[in-house]
Design a protein around this ligand. Structure first.
Ligand code: SF4
Length: 586
């Protein structure tokens, strides 16, 4: 790496001592590039075995990569921690301005340790960290208000990042998120609860560094090549025009769109929730993460009439994406777009992960329908398919927790179903609620064996669709090989850290060249070695914290609802899991 590149600097902040230090750790970045590669090593260093995820020993690690600030779509930050939701590896990625702000402040990674004894927010400005009193922000009803206050109060407008939690994080709901720049999230696996456990309300980061390149001419050539590829790509145009909701129609047609807690895989209301319909009727604007020319973030303008005054309206600007549409729309049988957007808004206000929330509410709706729970449990909320208002009331109660039922639901469906029954239709994998793809066995294997139990770990849903198109169904072992190969390569992308939407642009050749311009001499085989090593370390961490893949339940519901390739076989899934587990024995 270039000797004066600040990527090698690690900022460590101790919330209890109210101290910080800055260390040069070039070896970490030489060995693991950045992002996920560096974060997992820092997690190994700072998280003792058996640490309480909501205790003082659990660190929060943010890491970026050497391409951030230099190249288009190198716009993401990796957050790593021990997850209060699954009890093992916690990892989520977010864009917005988070990555560029950390890089411009002069850091490759930030490590936050300890617990504050009163509410605090951090302001990181170049080489300084301020510990600010957050008592006035703690308890605010809405995450939006926290953002508004900090935007007013702190300087750096336009190039700072503001990461904050809502009421759900304060209450340590195990799937609460951290919101950055209003429309982006460290969504999955409960980073919001870890913030809450540390009395950490928000982090504001800004900086004014100049980042070095080795050879400006070579850098400019590679920048232009990646920029042209991004702006000329039909796939990127698709993301710009309609965003990820473009997937609603095709998945519905395929019979892969989880509906009413996956009782069905097609939704009769899918047209209303499609990317095309949302863009025609609701799209208000598009936004982009910093250093991204694609602008895939779609914001709906929802006009709500005043309850009594005629001609008075409130217009809310609400982000929408495929996953929230699946979780808070089709999974709950909601086809009323305004109702679904209001539900998404409430999830944002509370600061919850949309996917875990929607899947938890879908389970709760079915549990009530089947008589496993009563209206006394739900505090009088008559959850029903298609009823957005009831779902909004339930979301508020997941956070306010007026009954034991909501206290259980605040830990997700695995936990709630272990207390109330309904495990067969509790749609979580490795403890994490499912994403929106009932595509076939590779999708579910991907959720089960992926390090984060996320569809983005290894894109099993995409492997299913490719296999369907080719007409060839691989064996269990072949599927595992495909999934591990993809997840291993994605560790390279997560170490850089580039947006996964740009994975077709960041080919091995493009990465080697881009890294060379910022002083990292790595060839493709070394990149692949690093990817495999990062994945192995993540699995070692999970196992160390008690994760046992072969004991993970497979909810029966996924075997009972037809997928595009027919009924999914449990025996095949179990064979594949054993093959994976054997391959990962140390
Ligand atoms: S494609 Fe979308 S998510 Fe990815 S960096 Fe660009 S705006 Fe952000």
């Amino acid at each position: 790496m270039i000797s004066h590149d600040p990527i090698a600097r690690i900022l460590t902040i101790d919330l209890f001592q109210r101290r910080f230090s800055i260390d040069e750790r070039p070896e970490l970045f030489d060995e693991a590039i950045g992002g996920a590669g560096v974060a997992i090593r820092l997690l190994e260093e700072h998280c003792p075995p058996g640490a309480d995820p909501l205790g003082e020993d659990n660190p929060i690690i943010f890491a970026v990569g050497p391409l951030v600030g230099h190249f288009p779509l190198a716009s993401k930050t990796v957050a790593m921690f021990k997850s209060p939701h699954t009890g093992n590896l916690g990892e989520s990625h977010a864009g917005g301005r988070s990555a560029v702000s950390i890089r411009m402040a002069g850091y490759g990674a930030i490590v936050i340790v300890g617990q504050s004894n009163k509410p605090v927010y951090l302001v990181i400005e170049d080489d300084t960290v301020h510990f600010r009193d957050a008592s006035a922000l703690w308890g605010l009803r809405s995450s939006y208000t926290v953002g508004s206050v900090l935007r007013e109060r702190e300087k750096g407008s336009g190039h700072r990042s503001i990461m904050r939690i809502g009421p759900a994080g304060e209450k340590q709901v195990s799937y609460s998120c951290v919101i950055t720049e209003t429309y982006r999230h460290f969504g999955r696996l409960g980073l919001g609860a870890v913030f809450g456990s540390k009395n950490l309300k928000a982090i504001v980061v800004s900086g004014n560094r100049t980042l070095p390149v080795l050879d400006p001419k070579r850098y400019r050539t590679q920048y232009n090549a990646l920029y042209s590829a991004a702006t000329g790509s039909p796939l990127m145009k698709k993301y710009h025009d309609l965003g990820t909701p473009i997937n609603v129609g095709p998945l519905n047609e395929l019979g892969a769109l989880p509906t009413r807690n996956l009782k069905q895989s097609r939704f009769e209301g899918a047209d209303a929730l499609s990317g095309e319909h949302l863009a025609e009727r609701y799209l208000g604007r598009r936004l982009a993460c910093a250093h991204c020319p694609v602008a895939c973030i779609h914001i709906a303008a929802l006009r709500t009439p005043h309850p009594s005054e005629p001609y008075f309206y409130k217009t809310s600007m609400l982000g929408y994406d495929y996953e929230p549409i699946f979780a808070l729309g089709t999974m709950l049988g909601i086809s009323d777009v305004a109702g679904m957007l209001r539900l998404m808004d409430e999830v944002e206000i509370q600061g919850l992960d949309a996917m875990s929330t929607g899947v938890s509410l879908a389970w709760a709706t079915e549990a009530l329908e089947q008589g496993l729970t009563t209206l006394a449990d739900t505090n009088g909320v008559a959850l029903a398919w298609g009823d957005a208002d009831a779902a909004i009331e339930a979301v508020r109660r997941v956070v306010s927790q007026p009954t034991d039922f909501y206290r259980a639901l605040a830990h997700g469906v695995s936990h709630a179903s272990s207390m109330y029954g309904g495990e067969d239709f509790a749609l979580a994998f490795g403890g994490n609620e499912m994403p929106g793809y009932h595509t076939g066995p590779a999708g579910y294997l991907g959720y089960l064996l992926g390090a984060r139990h996320s569809h983005l770990d290894n894109a099993g849903y995409s492997i299913d669709q490719k296999n369907l198109a080719s007409g060839i169904q691989p064996t269990a072992e072949e599927l595992v090989e495909q999934l591990v190969g993809e997840e291993s390569w994605r560790q390279v992308l997560s170490s850089l850290v580039v947006c996964f939407f740009s994975r077709g642009l960041y080919t091995p050749e493009a990465i080697v060249e881009a890294l060379a311009t910022v002083g990292f001499e790595l060839d493709e085989s070394r990149l692949r070695e690093i990817g495999a090593d990062v994945l192995r370390r993540k699995y070692q961490f999970k196992r160390r914290e008690g994760f046992d893949l072969l004991s993970e339940p497979i909810p029966r519901r996924i075997l009972q609802t037809e997928s595009p390739i027919g009924m999914i076989s449990e025996e095949m899934l179990r064979t594949a899991l054993r093959a994976f587990d054997d391959g990962f024995q140390e």
